[in-house]
Design a protein. Structure first.
Length: 259
């Protein structure tokens, strides 16, 4: 597929997906959404991809939905969610690879909630997060009503959603909404270094950890103990587990393959 509204590059085990509508603050239209979905599908089947980095071109991560397209004749909100946003969030959560959001500027509406769906989010200190839906009479979507309360609690999530205040990146890090905030000039170097580090780690165990956390959202402690038993058995039978133990005993650096 030829990408026109995103950039997709794979290097050193890291797939970098860059939202590329800078003149529109990387707001999502149908084409860009479908290109992101296709790129995530590429990541899922490419054994050379062991970590994924999602960022934006220009001065924004993403301003959310392209409203001009949303109000075009014949466009239905439920179709936007079904075709565009829900598949993106589901793919991010279902990918075995860790997904890092490098939030380079404003992340509003669906843009914010897609960042929260990633496994780790690093933001430039100048970035802001905004639950902007209420300003046009909508409720949060793209998984926001699921992820944000789990990150910050029900009161803070509700407050952000109905007041639509900007949350600066440094505050977002303090509240646990993101992994950390860094100086603007350091964002891509830090995010890329983290992605490369994860790509060299036992990525099968990372994938199983990601699955375990996702499954913990719906079950009891007893259920989760069974989940851990199931997934630890898989991890314990992996090449990476064997390699990690051997490297420890031999006092050398392990070489992980993700198998």
């Amino acid at each position: 597929m030829t990408y026109e509204k995103i950039k997709y590059v794979v290097a050193e085990g890291v797939a970098t997906i860059t939202l590329n509508r800078p003149d529109k603050l990387n707001s999502f239209d149908r084409q860009m959404s479908l290109e992101v979905i296709h790129a995530l599908d590429e990541c899922a089947v490419d054994k050379g991809v062991r970590a994924v980095l999602l960022t934006g071109e220009g001065r924004a991560f993403s301003a959310g939905q392209d409203l001009a397209e949303a109000i075009a004749p014949g466009t239905k909100i439920e179709e936007i969610l079904t075709v565009q946003y829900n598949p993106i969030v589901r793919r991010i959560r279902d990918l075995p690879q860790p997904v890092i959001a490098a939030v380079n500027g404003v992340a509003a509406g669906a843009g914010a909630n897609i960042a929260y769906a990633c496994d780790l989010a690093i933001a430039a200190e100048s970035a802001n997060f905004i639950q902007s839906f209420i300003n046009i009479g909508l409720i949060p979507d793209s998984g926001g009503t699921f992820t944000l309360p789990r990150l910050v609690g029900m009161q803070r999530a509700f407050g952000q959603m109905i007041l639509a205040d900007k949350v600066p990146a440094t505050k977002a890090a303090e509240l646990g909404m993101i992994w950390k905030a860094v100086p603007d000039a350091d964002l891509m170097s830090e995010a890329t270094a983290l992605a490369k580090k994860l790509a060299q780690m036992p990525t099968k165990a990372i994938a199983l950890t990601k699955q375990a956390l996702s499954r913990s959202m719906t079950g009891s402690l007893s259920d989760q103990l069974d989940v851990e038993n199931e997934l630890q058995t898989i991890a314990g039978a992996s090449h990476d587990y064997n390699e990690g133990v051997k490297a420890f005993l031999e006092k050398r650096k392990p070489v992980y393959t993700g198998e």
